[in-house]
Design a protein around this ligand. Structure first.
Ligand code: FAD
Ligand code: SF4
Ligand code: SF4
Length: 815
């Protein structure tokens, strides 16, 4: 027979424990839940985006009512179902309306209560806290009818409330009793930058304020707030966000040992062995809790003990904080104030609104605070949690992970370098390994799917970029962010097309020209918009715009693909998949000379030198280049290969010279940068041995000429290409191929392969532009050829013989 588990509190901690329990011991208990709020289980963190209007209440439900049914959980929800007593002797819980439930084990997860300062007038109508859906509904209603809002408390919650009310059209003043906002998370310089930025957005502040009274109108509704300096401000709504207190009322009433919270041991057990407690209501080793990250750890431990596995103890881990105000990047973790025994490393650029501080003790990070550029926050946090000794790279620590050699600019590839144990989503306690496992085992390939499966980025959303990086690094070139996920990124409200459309007419020729013109909230951009805009500029201004290699992905910067053991692969180009004995000897010599552990024939018909050490890249390229070989761009958002079959030269079925045509096409297209990787294949007859119908451009010879297919994809999501046109001559094949590529180069979104592009714009549109309209086709083709004049430069030659940016290749220890 199943035992009975009763949970009091239908919030984040209680239901997370139930979820963990269902994973490991789904049959052990009949579960009953009492919740004082009339809903399923929702994500309290996301109340701020509901207030700003970025999310709806439905969108923040973690588990709706059906979930309880599906899992045979009895839910008693609503004010009258609030648990008001526990009969510990007879092991039962009693709700306000008399509903009873017996238990073998009881879990208390009653959360906390907002602290209300007992000022004169604190109990007037229109004075509320910011804790639950009801509070948000009150605020939304007030914003429709009233004008002046006061938020008391300049902490995380207060600023999110103030931002939300301002977004709803109210005039908001934040009243704070110190002169530093978010004083528990920020130091003075970062707090000042934050204040300045919030003032620019329209918030008002009264700092160092000493509130004396809330005054009422004739109906008992708040009308103003008075301060001890004599000032008085109008107030139609007052939100108090000045802290929380563990909700221990019920536990105290039934005699459980409580101090500031319900006291629990390392297994989350209270002083009554049948009763566990978790979340904001508890006190563990003197500590109280107010963020979800530690609560997820607690949930795992509590579930484990409720399942009677008896292993696992809870230990408090460091937590990090971010503010959920769109467009404001702020990160803080650990002890960022420091003392006599610590060293502060600080970077400050007030003009660009950037501040970073890392606090070190004996060469280990013990805290960090960052404003404006928080891209390395998770990296510092991980170094801090791992207790990594940073002495070796202390000098470059503040420049971020990008300057650690292989890690890519501005964290572009940060995710690829993180260990599986690295926490990606602090809100939901999801590690990189969990995400990678879900992607590979469940065949996920969009952010939404990963969110649904792992909950990563499903809460405050500030780790979305990192989750996307994990998806991208796991799926490689098969990842295309979905349209619903864009604007380009949080630096701007504009989407890809809007940014692109601004570039040419306004003569924008650098990243900063674009970010200034479009008033990016982060003028230096981030790992998402920088590479995208770098590409758009490159496509818009051939020969004029200089490629910013720092904005490119690691593989592109290194002109080689990084592998999981941090070695690289080197792939020389073989036009049309044809090689010679001489070239093979050169490759073999390079393999011997540089001790290459594996020589592999690739699917694109060339030879891959796998396992090359970083410091050998340049000399190896030089050797290959001196023998006449160029890079195969096997790493780039660029033309990769033109795969061919043997064709009419030798094959008895062949109708045309597919190999010769393939070589010509590759000679025309190599070196071209495209929004995402681009593959071409040419088959000599409809038997299609070169698999041309799953390529971006696929050409299939027929008796009377060539059929051209476009937008195929052979990756995770296979897409058979669409028939575009049939032509008679090889020259026409070149013209159509160049025109199609140029159209895609000019109109595809960065990172979007031709398959999703064509599904977005429609095949007919492509046909209208380059099949029906010969003039436009010619213009696209000429545009392509013009741009090729500047892009057919062999990067190996530039790097190996001309000495361009060699520093990337020198191992860090030698710098
Ligand atoms: C607006 C807002 C924004 C936040 N943003 C962040 C953030 O960005 N990052 C972060 O880490 N944390 C954030 N938090 C904090 C986070 O939401 C809490 O740490 C978390 O919800 C605590 O979970 P809990 O289950 O202990 O409490 P709760 O989620 O509050 O759940 C407790 C539940 O128990 C119910 N209850 C209480 N007593 C009884 C009773 N006697 N009978 C029945 N039911 C009862 C309550 O009604 C409540 O539904 C935010 C909180 C708020 C309010
Ligand atoms: S298919 Fe092979 S080479 Fe390609 S990503 Fe997967 S494991 Fe790597
Ligand atoms: S596609 Fe046709 S021409 Fe090419 S190798 Fe196969 S059978 Fe021969």
């Amino acid at each position: 027979m199943r035992e009975k588990l009763v949970v009091i509190g239908n919030g984040m901690a209680g239901m997370r424990t139930v979820e963990e329990l269902l994973k490991i011991a789904p049959e052990k208990y009949d579960i009953t839940v009492f919740g004082a709020e009339p809903y399923g289980n929702y994500n309290r963190i996301m109340l701020s985006p509901v207030l700003t209007g970025e999310k709806t209440v439905e969108e923040i439900m973690i588990n709706d009512l059906d979930w309880y049914k599906e899992n045979n959980i009895t839910l008693y929800a609503g004010e009258d179902k609030k648990a008001v007593d526990i009969d510990r002797r007879n092991q039962k819980v009693i709700a306000a309306d008399g509903t009873e439930a017996e238990y073998d084990r009881l879990l208390l997860a009653t959360g906390s209560n907002p602290f209300i300062i007992p000022l004169p007038g604190h109990d007037l109508d229109g004075v509320i806290a910011f804790r639950d859906i009801a509070d948000v509904e009150t605020m939304l209603q007030a914003s429709k009818e009233k004008k002046h809002a006061i938020v008391i408390g300049g902490g995380l919650l207060g600023l999110e409330a103030a931002n939300g009310l301002m977004k709803q059209g109210m005039e908001v003043t934040v009243v704070h009793n110190l002169d530093v906002l978010m004083n528990r998370q920020l130091d003075e310089p970062s707090a000042k930058l934050l204040e300045q930025s919030l003032v620019e957005r329209g918030l008002s502040f009264k700092m160092n304020a000493n509130t004396s009274e809330l005054k009422a109108d004739e109906n008992g509704h708040v009308k103003s707030i008075a301060f001890s300096d004599g000032e008085e401000l109008p107030a139609d709504l007052v939100v108090m966000a000045v802290g929380i207190r563990p909700n221990i009322e019920l536990a105290q009433k039934v005699g459980l040992h409580c101090e500031r919270g319900i006291v629990v041991n390392d297994t989350l057990q209270t002083f009554d062995p049948k009763i566990y407690a978790i979340g904001e209501c508890i006190q563990h080793r003197e500590e109280l809790f107010g963020l979800v990250a530690p609560i997820w750890d607690q949930a795992k431990v509590a579930a484990n003990h409720l399942a009677a596995y008896g292993i696992g103890i809870y230990r408090t881990q460091a937590t990090s904080t971010k503010l959920k105000v769109t467009g404001i990047d702020l990160f803080s973790a650990g002890d960022f104030t420091g003392d006599d025994e610590t060293d502060d490393i600080v970077f400050q650029d007030p003009k660009r609104g950037i501040y970073k501080k890392v606090v070190l003790k004996e060469d280990k990070i013990i805290g960090s605070v960052m404003y404006g550029d928080t891209i390395d926050g998770s990296w510092y946090f991980q170094l801090m949690k791992d207790g990594t000794n940073v002495a070796d790279f202390r000098d470059s620590l503040l420049f971020g992970q990008a300057h650690m050699g292989d890690s890519g600019h501005a964290g572009v590839n940060a995710a690829a370098d993180l260990p599986d144990s690295a926490e990606i989503c602090g809100c939901n306690g999801v590690c990189k390994g969990d995400i990678v496992k879900a992607i590979t085992e469940e065949n996920l390939y969009t952010l939404d799917e990963v969110r649904a499966s792992t909950k990563a980025s499903a809460s405050c959303g500030s780790c979305t970029g990192l989750v996307e990086q994990v998806i991208a690094s796991t799926l490689g070139g098969d990842y295309t962010p979905s349209e619903s996920e864009k604007t380009i990124c949080a630096c701007t409200n504009y989407g890809h097309d809007q940014v692109r459309d601004a570039i040419k007419p306004n003569n924008l020729k650098s990243f900063h020209a674009v970010s200034d013109f479009l008033e990016f909230s982060n003028p230096d951009g981030c790992h998402v918009c920088r590479p995208a805009i770098n590409y758009y500029l490159l496509a818009a201004w051939p020969g004029e715009y200089e490629d910013d290699m720092a904005s490119r992905f690691t593989n592109e910067r290194m002109h080689a693909n990084i592998q999981k053991d941090n070695t690289y692969t080197v792939v020389p180009r073989m036009f049309g998949g044809v090689t010679t004995a001489k070239d093979l000897r050169v490759i073999a010599d390079a393999a011997d000379k540089y001790d290459v552990p594996m020589v592999k024939v690739t699917g694109g018909q060339r030879i891959d030198l796998v396992g090359v050490k970083k410091e050998d890249l340049i000399p190896m390229w030089k050797d290959l280049n001196d023998a006449g070989m160029v890079s195969g761009h096997a790493y780039g958002k660029a033309l990769r290969t033109v795969k061919t079959c043997i064709g009419s030269q030798y094959c008895r079925f062949g109708t045309q010279d597919s190999t010769g045509a393939g070589i010509r096409i590759e000679e025309m297209t190599w070196g071209s940068w495209t929004p995402a990787k681009f593959k071409i294949a040419v088959s000599g007859c409809p038997r299609n041995c070169a698999e041309a119908t799953i390529k971006d451009v696929g050409i299939v010879a027929v008796d009377s000429g060539w059929e051209i297919y476009v937008a195929g994809n052979g990756g995770i999501k296979v897409r058979v290409s669409d028939f575009l046109v049939k032509v008679a001559t090889e020259d026409e094949v070149l013209e159509y191929t160049g025109a199609f590529m140029q159209m895609y180069r000019e109109q595809g979104h960065h990172n979007e392969r031709t398959a999703p592009w064509i599904e977005r714009v429609g095949l007919q549109y492509i046909k209208d532009e380059i099949v029906e309209n010969a003039e436009k086709r010619k213009a696209y083709y000429e545009g392509f050829l013009l741009s090729q004049k500047f892009s057919q430069k062999d990067p190996w030659k530039e790097r190996a013989s001309e000495g361009v940016a060699q520093n990337d290749f020198i191992p860090l220890a030698e710098v």
